[in-house]
Design a protein around this ligand. Structure first.
Ligand SMILES: Cc1ncc(C[n+]2csc(CCOP(=O)(O)OP(=O)(O)O)c2C)c(N)n1
Ligand code: SF4
Length: 532
């Protein structure tokens, strides 16, 4: 294949980087802004790419591929790594065999997420290397490089994206796939004891992980991902996409010393050289003040002024905007019109959405119980929080609704209900329901089975239809009611929910009706206001 130039999203560029690096499989659970990484691999075909039940499972599947000596890509949104944190942290000790690259897409500004996180802390926490692309070409290049790096050092490698990189397009030059050929296993086989983390092995492996830190740092210190340009006494240290904002602000101006960081562990020697040269330093990074806090330590840098998020020169929360960078650099920015082209509208269910009629029934069914608590979950049905329903009292993280309801019922609240979608139930609702059944808690669980993972673009659901019912019976649910939430069945739906509330012990209702977006044959696209 000759080199080709294609207009790609950052997320797509990562996928092509992985394909050209010769992965045999990609693993993921959907989540904005990471979804397109996996979808691109899946659309290209030729390698294993089936959605996993959740991020933890996806990570373990990819690690299993790596142990065979082959290359695997695993991708997820930032909160997905909370779910996958257990295997992720321990995999730093076992190490990788075939290249293992974890792509995590952070969502500063929470365009479509329930919180802000900075995954660089996770890479640092696990002591694994991390690449942070500033643009789409680097998404491709760094992902390819990450596989080789992972194999050379036998360690998982993270590629950290942010929404603005994952979801914007630029031309990307792809180069011919690597000679090792897709599917060729890494020929050397490590000692399987390395992968068996009983305490004696784990201690040895942790020591090893600590011992290789210097090598990782030395190699990345020289990486072209980190670029230092010495000039004047004002220093600008930037990372990832923030470098583009700095370059935009500085366009045509020289006289500042700049250091761009795109690979971690941090290049300490370069940073020392940079700091020695400058009197005043501005740190510009997307996400948390990761580099800034390390630079300042507890007591600051004697004799130097360090500015950034911690002193308020740049905002601590939200997405970093070029305007803020211009301001922090003292460079005037021409005002751009801010009138929105389309008036803002509150998010709402699609017309004919089955969740709308389910919430209509839920609101009427619980009307006689002023103390009713209803715990929600994450999916299109989170819109049950909006008028006219205003039905949800809490929505925290995927799968939380059942555990929250269980806890509240243990505290004596009654009635306690929760709503959860079919995909979220498969993702992380099942163990919580097992607890409810195990302790015979008085909780009414409403599963909204629309046959798909609608919110993130209609990916397959692992727990829909007859499979869902079998799963529920297998979990020990005996009080199980299935109903069709069509508006014309409203009175029946209200009655069934009320009867379930009145029965002691756990009861599960399944509101079964397909998402209209898939029913009509159109691929559901994430609602612009949601899409988590
Ligand atoms: C840990 C985590 N992973 C992924 C997501 C992205 N996400 C939010 S809701 C959802 C699934 C929604 O599917 P379902 O529960 O079936 O509800 P629907 O949208 O179909 O109504 C996903 C994948 C997330 N918010 N958190
Ligand atoms: S995409 Fe489907 S589940 Fe989501 S609001 Fe629209 S109809 Fe409802």
């Amino acid at each position: 294949m000759p080199s080709t130039s294609t207009l790609l999203l950052g997320a797509e560029a990562v996928a092509f980087g992985a394909l050209d690096a010769g992965i045999v499989g990609a693993f993921s659970y959907a989540g904005t802004p990471a979804t397109e990484v996996f979808e691109t691999v899946q659309a290209e075909g030729g390698v294993w790419a089936v959605w996993s039940a959740n991020e933890k499972v996806a990570y373990e599947e990819a690690l299993g591929v790596s142990y065979t000596g082959r290359r695997a890509l695993v991708s997820m949104k930032h909160v997905g790594l909370n779910v996958a944190a257990d295997p992720f942290m321990s995999s730093a000790l076992t190490g990788a065999n075939g290249g293992l690259v974890l792509v995590v897409a952070d969502d500063p500004g929470m365009h479509s997420s329930q919180n802000e996180q900075d995954s660089r802390f996770y890479a640092d926490f696990a002591r694994i290397p991390c690449f942070e692309p500033a643009n789409q070409q680097q998404c491709y290049d760094m992902t390819r490089e990450a596989f080789g790096f992972s194999e050379a050092h036998r360690i998982p490698v993270m590629v950290r994206l942010v929404t603005r990189v994952a979801h914007s397009r630029a031309n990307v030059v792809r180069v011919p796939p690597e000679d090792r050929g897709p599917g060729e296993p890494n020929p050397s086989r490590p000692d399987p004891n390395d992968w068996t983390l009983v305490p004696a092995n784990a201690r040895r492996r942790y020591r090893h992980l600590l011992d290789i830190q210097r090598d990782l740092q030395d190699e990345l210190e020289a990486s072209p991902a980190n670029r230092y340009l010495a000039s004047g006494r004002r220093g600008i240290l930037s990372a990832g996409i923030a470098t583009n904002y700095v370059r935009e602000a500085l366009a045509g101006r020289s006289g500042d010393t700049t250091l761009h960081i795109g690979a971690y562990p941090l290049p300490v020697r370069l940073i020392r050289e940079f700091v020695d040269r400058c009197n005043e330093i501005l740190v510009v990074e997307e996400g948390f003040p990761f580099i800034e806090t390390r630079l300042l330590g507890l007591l600051g840098v004697p004799g130097k002024t360090v500015r950034g998020k911690l002193d308020g020169s740049l905002p601590m929360d939200g997405e970093l905007l070029p305007e803020a960078v211009f301001r922090a650099l003292g460079i005037p920015l021409e005002a751009t019109p801010t009138d929105p082209m389309v008036a803002g509208r509150p998010p709402q269910f699609c017309k004919g959405c089955p969740h709308g009629s389910s919430f209509g029934a839920l609101v009427d069914a619980t009307a006689p119980y002023p103390d009713a608590l209803i715990f929600g979950d994450i999916g299109c049905y989170a819109l049950g929080i909006m008028p006219p329903y205003r039905a949800i009292h809490a929505c925290v993280d995927m799968g939380a609704s059942i555990g929250l309801a269980h806890g509240a019922s243990r505290a004596g609240a009654h009635p306690v209900l929760c709503t959860i979608g079919d995909s979220t139930f498969a993702h992380s609702g099942m163990p919580a329901l097992l607890d409810v059944v195990h302790s015979n808690a008085n909780v009414t669980v409403l599963i909204l089975d629309n046959g798909t993972t609608a919110m993130t673009g209609a990916q397959d659901s692992h727990a829909t239809g007859e499979v869902l019912l079998q799963m529920l019976r297998g979990l020990g649910v005996t009080d199980l009611t299935v109903f069709d939430p069509l508006p014309k069945h409203h009175a029946d739906s209200v009655r069934l929910i009320r009867e379930a509330i009145e029965r002691p012990g756990p009861s599960v209702l399944v509101a079964k009706r397909a998402c209209v977006r898939i029913k009509l044959g159109t691929r559901a696209t994430p609602l612009p206001q949601s899409g988590t």
